[in-house]
Design a protein around this ligand. Structure first.
Ligand code: NAI
Ligand code: HPV
Length: 389
């Protein structure tokens, strides 16, 4: 029986993916976590924990380096909520360009007055701008950014894209009318709207700060639906005061930017649609099932990707340091127990490596000895033996 612990609101449809081999929220020593935005940066992790799966995109709430050394595989659910974010960005671009929020407030206050007369007189206050023909810079062209870029083209906008690490999958999705540039400054300098869709990490912290804002056009509209801290809010407030930024729109509020008419804040709802939450939960549950039952790593954030057909009785999976002679030592320990290796795969990702070894059946005594001997090798983070079903 596998144990899964969930954090945050995980859609029921996802939980329904687990069959009777899985128990949900019944153990304090689970095999898997299924999470959304819960902050695990200061957490302790249960001994048996093998995987943390984030239903959604951002994994900056997980201490990747620490959990990697504990042999815990981290996954997210790429693209599951990208359409939800795209639709919200499109909605807000239109709302802001057409002064919808101010116009709505005006109309609500005006209900008791002679509405028709005042409306016709006052409506010029809410004159907006059209998006067609305007330029948008999309910073980060992954699952969200590529959809935003394509949607903007469909609205008749000119799109400039910047992403120095663009994957080939993402490149296929992007309309070839998106003009790709090599530096962030090239993207920023021409744009009427700038939107940022990158993961939060050391490199992207303060990606948009004073120097970047200086390069933007006067009156630019700026979106941050990625994470708090990717856009430096101190620089934004200054630029709003100087009318350099005409509007800032973000999913990540804090007092510094609150109560300003030039700032629109939503409460981290970019991915909060029924469809996206279901999709993320289903993808997340399937990822847990697949990893626990096969050890395969597909789109893993902290381990190399290995996917091999599981055709033997037992599979040994080992997460370990990426140092010389590890595989040699594993083979020797396995051979010493007179177990024959039928299939083996090893790959590395930065400082960590992952080895999958498929073998024939062995008894419980050999299993105990095998686990002990491999665990005793210096540099081994986690060993599992998976029984073929
Ligand atoms: N507000 C919300 O509810 C949501 C927020 N997000 C946030 O948006 C981020 C992006 O989501 P996805 O597009 O699904 O992720 P993704 O991983 O598909 O795309 C991220 C893209 O950013 C690019 N990138 C990385 N560093 C960069 C840099 N320094 N400059 C330019 N591009 C860079 C990558 O090459 C990749 O193409 C997530 O990491 C998460 O923090 C995502 C979904 C919902
Ligand atoms: O997927 C992401 O990165 C998000 O920010 C969405 O977060 P949530 O799952 O709504 O807490």
């Amino acid at each position: 029986m596998y144990q899964v612990k969930t954090f945050n609101a995980i859609a029921q449809k996802g939980l329904e993916e687990f069959d009777d081999e899985f128990q949900i929220n019944c153990s304090d020593d689970p095999d898997a976590y299924l999470i959304r935005s819960v902050n695990l940066l200061k957490s302790d992790f249960p001994k048996k924990l093998k995987t943390i799966v984030r239903a959604g995109a951002g994994i900056n709430n997980i201490p990747i380096e620490l959990v990697t050394k504990k042999g815990i595989a981290v996954f997210n659910t790429p693209g599951s909520n990208a359409n939800a974010v795209k639709e919200l960005i499109v909605a807000l671009m239109i709302d802001i360009s057409r002064n919808i929020f101010e116009a709505h407030d005006y109309s609500m206050e005006n209900t008791k007055a002679d509405v028709s007369q005042r409306t016709e007189k006052d409506k010029t206050k809410f004159n907006g701008k059209e998006l067609m023909g305007k330029k948008i810079a999309v910073i980060g062209l992954g699952n969200v950014g590529s959809l935003v870029a394509n949607a903007a083209l469909n609205l008749g906008m000119k799109v400039i894209g910047y992403d120095p690490y663009l994957s080939s999958d993402a490149a296929w999705r992007i309309n070839n009318k998106v003009k790709r540039v090599d530096t962030i400054y090239q993207a920023l300098s021409e744009a009427d709207i700038v939107t940022v869709h990158v993961p939060k990490n050391q490199e992207t912290t303060d990606l948009i700060s004073t120097e970047e804002i200086k390069k933007m056009k006067k009156g630019v509209i700026l979106f941050n639906y990625s994470r708090m801290g990717i856009v430096d809010n101190y620089s934004v407030v200054k630029a709003v005061d100087e009318k350099k930024i005409s509007h800032y729109c973000t999913d990540f509020g804090e007092p510094l930017i609150s109560n300003r008419k030039e700032v629109t804040i939503t409460p981290h709802i970019g991915g909060s649609t029924i469809e996206a939450e279901s999709k993320g939960a289903i993808q997340g549950a399937d990822t847990i099932i697949n990893y626990l039952k096969s050890g395969d790593t597909i789109h893993c954030a902290n381990l190399p990707n290995i996917q091999i057909p599981f055709e033997t009785a037992r599979r040994i999976t080992i997460i370990h340091q990426n140092i010389p002679n590890m595989v040699g030592q594993f083979s020797t320990k396995i051979a010493n127990l007179n177990i024959n290796i039928e299939n083996m795969s090893n790959a590395a990702k930065n400082l960590v490596a992952y080895t999958i070894i498929d073998v024939a059946a062995f008894n419980a005594t050999k299993q105990k000895k095998l686990l002990e001997s491999i665990n005793a090798i210096n540099g081994v983070y986690k060993v599992r033996i998976i029984k073929h079903q």
